[in-house]
Design a protein around this ligand. Structure first.
Ligand SMILES: Nc1ncnc2c1ncn2[C@@H]1O[C@H](COP(=O)(O)OP(=O)(O)OP(=O)(O)O)[C@@H](O)[C@H]1O
Ligand SMILES: [Mg+2]
Length: 468
C-alpha cells in the first residue's frame, strides 16, 4: 500500500493528469464534432447551390408531380451531391425526390421559399447526425425548394476515431504518470528515510556518527549537505569543548600539585623540633603566588564560559583616552617593580561604540602582556588614535616581537609563545581579548614591528552624537 509522502505524490500526479485529460477531452472533442458537422453542412450547401442549374434549365411544364425530367434532374443531383434530393413546392407538396418514402415533412423548404434564403439544419449527433439544406430554386418563374438530405457519417466517424485515440492516449499517459510518480516518489521517500535515520542516529549517538552525503543536486541533496555541515560543526565544537576541558584541567592540576608540595614542605618546616621559619616564609610566599595564579586561571575560565554562553555585550559611547589612562594607572605598581616606562599617548580625541568593561579588559590584557612579555626596563606606549575613521588603542613595547610562525596561533585558547613558556601565563589573554572584540564588532590585531604591538580597533561613535 502507498502511504505517506509517496502515496500523496502519486495521487496528486494521477489526479492532475486525469483532470488535465478530462478538460482536454471536453475542450477538444465536443468542438471538434460541431466543427466537422458545420463544415459538412456548409459543403453540402455549396454543392447544392453550385448545381442548381440542373433544375433551373428545366421548363415550367416539368414542375409537376410525376415529371420524368424533374425526376431525372433530382437523380443527377443525388449522384453529384451524394445526398437525397427532394423538390418541394411553396404549399409543401413533394413534386419529386430520390428517397421520399421514408421522408417526412420539410419545414426548412417552406422557410427557404418564404425567406428566399438557403436554410440548413442538423438533427441527431455522432454517427446518426443528418444534415438538411433547403434552397429556393426558380424554374421558369415557378418557385420551388430543392432539399438535400445527407447522413453525416464522416464527421461522426472522424470524431469516433479521435475519441478512441484520445482514450488510448489517456490510458497510456495515466499509466506513465503512475509509473513515473511511483519511481520518483519512491526514490524521494527512500532518500528522506535515509536522512531521517541518519538524524536519529546522530540524536542517539552524538555527532561522531558518519552521515552519508547525498550528492544529488536538488533540495533534498541540499538539505542532506546542510545537515552534514551542521554535524561537522557540532563535531568540531565537541572536539574543541573536550580539548578545552582537558587543557583547563591540566592547567589547574599543575599549580594545585605544586601548591600541595609547598604546603607539605611548609608542614615539614613547621613540624621540626626547631621550626625553619625562614624557609616556611619562602614556602608561604610561593604558595601565595600559586594561589594567585589559580585565581587568575579561574577568572579567565569564567570569562571564557561567559563568552561561550553568548552573554550580551553593551553598546555605548566610550571615551577611549580616558579609559586607557584609567587602565594604565592599574599597572603603575607593577611597572615600578620591573623598571618599565609606561607612556599613554592620548592626544587624539577618540570616541568609540562598545562595552566599556570589555574594552577595559582588552586594554588590560594588552598591557599585561607588554609588561610580562616585554623586556624589563623597556618602554611601553599605549596610544589612542583614529585610523581610517575608526578609533583604536595600540599597546607597543620594545621587545623582540612575535615570531612569524606564532602570529596566527597566539590568539587561540591556551596557546603560548615558545620563547615565553617560562613566563607564568595560561595563553588565554589574547583569546579572551579577541572573542570580546568580535562580540563588539571590533578587531584585536597584531601590528608590524618594531617591537610588539597589539591594536584594538573599535566601531566609531555615530557622527550625529552630540557628545562626539
Ligand atoms: N607583548 C608581547 N611580547 C611578546 N610576546 C607576546 C606579547 N604578548 C603576547 N605575546 C605572546 O603571545 C602569547 C599568548 O598571549 P596570551 O596573552 O594569550 O597568553 P599569556 O600571556 O601567555 O597568558 P595569560 O594572558 O593567559 O596569562 C604569549 O604566551 C606570548 O608568547
Ligand atoms: Mg597574556
Amino acid at each position: 500500500m502507498l502511504r505517506g509522502l509517496r502515496g500523496r505524490l502519486v495521487g496528486a500526479l494521477l489526479f492532475t493528469n486525469a483532470v488535465t485529460l478530462a478538460v482536454a477531452a471536453v475542450l477538444l472533442l465536443s468542438p471538434l464534432e460541431s466543427r466537422l458537422l458545420k463544415d459538412e453542412v456548409e459543403n453540402l450547401q455549396q454543392q447544392l447551390r453550385a448545381n442548381r442549374t440542373t433544375l433551373t434549365q428545366l421548363d415550367a411544364s416539368d414542375v409537376r408531380a410525376g415529371s420524368r425530367r424533374l425526376q431525372r434532374a433530382t437523380k443527377v443531383l443525388k449522384l453529384r451531391l451524394g445526398a437525397e434530393i427532394i423538390i418541394v413546392t411553396a404549399d409543401n407538396r413533394i413534386l419529386a425526390g430520390t428517397d421520399v418514402d421514408r421522408v417526412d415533412r420539410f419545414p426548412e423548404a417552406g422557410q427557404a421559399l418564404r425567406t428566399r434564403h438557403t436554410v440548413r439544419t442538423v438533427t441527431g449527433s455522432g454517427a446518426s447526425a443528418i444534415a438538411r439544406v433547403a434552397t429556393p430554386v426558380t424554374i421558369d418563374d415557378v418557385r420551388v425548394a430543392a432539399v438535400a438530405v445527407r447522413h453525416l457519417n464522416d464527421a461522426g466517424e472522424a470524431v469516433a476515431v479521435v475519441r478512441q485515440a484520445f482514450l488510448v492516449a489517456a490510458a497510456i499517459s495515466l499509466l506513465i504518470a503512475l509509473l513515473l510518480g511511483l519511481l520518483l516518489a519512491s526514490r524521494l521517500a527512500q532518500r528522506l528515510r535515509a536522512l531521517r535515520d541518519s538524524a536519529l542516529r546522530v540524536a542517539e549517538l552524538g555527532p561522531v556518527v558518519e552521515m552519508r552525503a547525498d550528492t544529488t543536486r536538488d533540495e533534498v541533496g541540499d538539505l542532506t549537505r546542510a545537515l552534514v555541515t551542521m554535524q561537522d560543526r557540532l563535531r568540531e565544537q565537541e572536539q574543541a569543548r573536550r580539548s578545552f576541558v582537558a587543557t583547563a584541567s591540566h592547567e589547574l592540576r599543575t599549580p594545585l600539585s605544586s601548591l600541595r608540595v609547598m604546603l607539605d614542605l611548609l608542614r615539614d618546616d613547621l613540624e621540626g623540633d626547631v621550626p625553619d621559619l625562614t624557609d616556611a616564609r619562602e614556602q608561604v610566599a610561593r604558595a601565595d603566588q600559586q594561589a594567585g595564579r589559580l585565581a587568575r586561571l579561574a577568572s579567565d575560565l569564567l570569562d571564557l564560559s561567559r563568552l561561550d554562553a553568548g552573554l550580551p555585550v553593551r553598546r555605548e559611547l566610550v571615551d577611549l583616552a580616558e579609559l586607557t589612562r584609567a587602565v594604565a594607572a592599574e599597572f603603575e605598581v607593577h611597572t615600578g617593580e620591573t623598571g618599565q616606562e609606561l607612556i599613554v599617548d592620548d592626544h587624539a580625541p577618540a570616541r568609540a561604540m562598545g562595552d566599556p568593561g570589555a574594552i577595559a579588559q582588552i586594554v588590560r590584557i594588552m598591557l599585561d602582556n607588554a609588561t610580562r612579555h616585554g623586556p624589563p626596563g623597556g618602554r611601553i606606549v599605549a596610544s589612542v588614535s583614529i585610523n581610517a575613521g575608526r578609533p583604536s588603542v595600540a599597546v607597543r613595547d620594545d621587545g623582540p616581537g612575535i615570531p612569524p610562525a606564532e602570529r596566527a596561533h597566539i590568539f587561540e585558547r591556551f596557546e603560548r609563545g615558545a620563547s615565553t613558556n617560562s613566563a607564568p601565563g595560561f595563553g588565554l589573554g589574547l583569546a579572551i581579548g579577541r572573542e570580546l572584540a568580535t562580540r563588539m564588532h571590533a578587531a584585536l590585531t597584531l601590528d608590524d614591528g618594531p617591537g610588539t604591538s597589539f591594536r584594538l580597533t573599535l566601531p566609531a561613535a555615530p557622527s550625529g552624537d552630540p557628545r562626539h
